[in-house]
Design a protein around this ligand. Sequence first.
Ligand code: FES
Ligand code: FE2
Length: 415
Amino acid sequence: MIEQVIQWKGAGNTRIPYALYVDGQTGALEQERIFRGEVWNYLCLAAELPEAGSYRTSFAGETPVVVVRDSDDEIYAFENRCAHRGALIALEKSGKADNFQCVYHAWSYNRQGDLTGVAFEKGVKGQGGMPEHFCKKEHGPRKLRVATFCGLVFGSFSEDVPDIEDYLGAEICERIERVLHKPVEVIGRFTQALPNNWKLYMENVKDSYHASLLHMFFTTFELNRLSQKGGVIVDETGGHHVSFSVIDPGAKDDTYKDQAIRSDNEQYRLRDPSVLSGFKEHDDGVTLQILSVFPGFVLQQIQNCLAVRQVLPKGIHRTELNWTYIGYADDTAEQRKVRLKQANLVGPAGFISMEDGAVGGFVQRGIAGATDMEAVVEMGGDHSGSSEGRATETSVRGFWKVYRQHMGQTQEDKA
Ligand code: FES
Ligand SMILES: [Fe+2]
C-alpha cells in the first residue's frame, strides 16, 4: 500500500502543492489510481490499425500496451508484458502480426492477448517442460477494455469506468466530433521529451491564460489574444476541457502594450507569411480549438493544423509527448500542403508551441527546494466551471478537482 504524504491547503483548488510534481510516491500512486484506475487512456487512432493484424505499441500511463485489430475487425488491447518473465511482447512501434512471440523464450500470444504457446511445454525427450497442472489460460498479460470514439482508441484497466460517451460528456463529444467528423490519415509524427512532470504539461494545455502571454508568435501575429472572441468549456467532472477562439483583426487593442507584455512585439515580422494562410473549414469560424481529455489526451485544431497528442509520464521528472498530425482522407493535395505547412506552428520546434516544451522545465527547476509551498491558481476565481472569457485558470482547477478525486485527496479529508 502506497502512503500519501501530500497535504492540500487553502481554498478549493487554488493552491497546488509543489510536492505533487516531485514526489516519487505520488507518481507511483498516480499509476495505480489514475492510469490503471477509472479512466480511459488514449492509445492510438483507429486509422493507425487499418486491417486485421495491424498493431501499435502504446502506453496507459507508464504501463506498456499492445493495441491490435483482429480478424473480427474489433480492436483489442493488452499489457505489453510477457506472462513468463515480463519481457516486452512486441518491440516495434507498429506493424502487422498474425500473432506475437516473445523474443526471450518464445512464448506466444494471439491478437487478443491470450497465451497460446509455451516453447518446449512438454520438455525434450521426457526431460524438463512445464508441470502437468500448468494451464495457459490462467496466464497472460492483463487485458484492457477498449472503446473507440470518432476514430480515437481508448483503453482502460477498470471494469467500472463509465462508457466512453458518458466519460467524455455531451459537450466534449460534440467538440471532438467537430474535428473528427470524417476519416483521417496520419500525415506526420514527433515524439518530444519534456524535462518535467506530466501534470505540468496537462496544466499548460488547459491554461488559456498563458497562451497569448508566453507565445510571442500568437500575440504578435494576432492568432490568439485574450481580447478575441472565445471561451473555455470545462465538463462536469473538471477533467476535460475545450478552449477556443476566433481570429479577429478588429480585436487588436493596446492592452498588451500598455502592460508592457513581452509577447506583443512589433519588431518581428514574417518574411514569408504563407505559413499563416489557410482555408476556411468550419462554419463556426473557430480558428483555434484545444481540447483535453483526462488524464493525458489532447486534440488540437490550430487553423488547419490538426493533431492529437498523447502525454505519457516517464518517471516523476520526465514526460513523453507524442504528436500525431492528421489530415482528412479526402483532402485535396493543396489542403494537405497547407496542413503540413501549418505544422510548423506546433510540435517540439513549432513557432507557437516550442515555449510549451520549455516552460514546464522552468517550473520543475524553479520549484526545487520548495516542496512545502504551493502554486497560486486563482485567475478567474476559485470555481472550475465553463467560462466566457479566457483570462482564467478554471480548467486548470478542473484538472485538480478530478485528480484529487481519483487520488483520494478530496477536500473533505483535509478539513
Ligand atoms: S520472458 Fe517471454 S518467453 Fe520468457
Ligand atoms: Fe502554450
